[in-house]
Design a protein around this ligand. Structure first.
Ligand SMILES: CC(C)(COP(=O)(O)OP(=O)(O)OC[C@H]1O[C@@H](n2cnc3c(N)ncnc32)[C@H](O)[C@@H]1OP(=O)(O)O)[C@@H](O)C(=O)NCCC(=O)NCCS
Length: 180
């Protein structure tokens, strides 16, 4: 995922892989995190994690633990088919079924339209000090397909081609993959 969203040096990614694997394994084993894997016809094609993160108590929020969705990733040639939406929706359902009213995430620019469509709202988290890692170029929905510049009409109302029919379908109707 990090390779897709920013230009990290390879050694930083390799080090992160090792650290993250250790960190997430402990949480998956102890039940502090759950993972969803989307299985396509050619094997796993997407995944995501909900981490039960502790937060300070707030008025009106019954749980001090708030599921934080992360590591949502879809292999490049399967993007734009609803896999990312289905993984996210599955994690949200998982959280709601356990009584968590609130779910949070930090969206990359690739994920923003997906999460917005699922009802996520922008919040006002702020930070001091940023990353010096340059962003990866935008490549979507399929990495290999160059996108034309948006026309004035698309900017106003988003002209919809055949993909819009697919996006109007409910996720459960999508026959292309299964979630475990
Ligand atoms: C962000 C990411 C997970 C989205 O995955 P995805 O499978 O392409 O997402 P979806 O297919 O659900 O939605 C993307 C597009 O497909 C369209 N779509 C096609 N079929 C669909 C269906 N059956 N259901 C919903 N959307 C569908 C959507 O309308 C959407 O189009 P738009 O965003 O251009 O308006 C993926 O791009 C990715 O892995 N990016 C790199 C890593 C990253 O940034 N992860 C997010 C971390 S927060």
């Amino acid at each position: 995922m990090f390779e897709a969203v920013a230009r990290y040096p390879p050694e930083a990614l390799a080090q992160h892989d090792r650290r993250y694997r250790r960190w997430i394994s402990e949480r998956l084993r102890s039940g502090r995190a759950v993972g969803a894997i989307a299985e396509g016809p050619e094997g796993p094609c997407g995944s995501g994690v909900a981490w039960l993160r502790e937060e300070q108590p707030r008025p009106g929020i019954p749980h001090r633990v708030v599921p934080y969705l992360m590591s949502i990733y879809v292999v490049p040639d399967q993007r734009g088919r609803g896999v990312g939406s289905a993984v996210t929706a599955w994690l949200v359902r998982w959280a709601r079924a356990r009584g968590f009213q609130r779910v949070v995430l930090h969206a990359t620019r690739f994920g923003r339209p997906v999460y917005r469509r699922l009802g996520f709202e922008r919040s006002w988290e702020m930070r001091l000090g940023g990353s010096s890692i340059p962003s990866a170029p935008i490549r979507r929905p399929l990495d290999s397909v160059p996108r034309s510049r948006p026309t004035r009409r698309r900017r106003r109302g988003r002209a919809r081609g055949p993909a819009s029919d697919a996006s109007r379908r409910t996720l459960s109707e999508s026959p292309r993959f299964d979630l475990e």
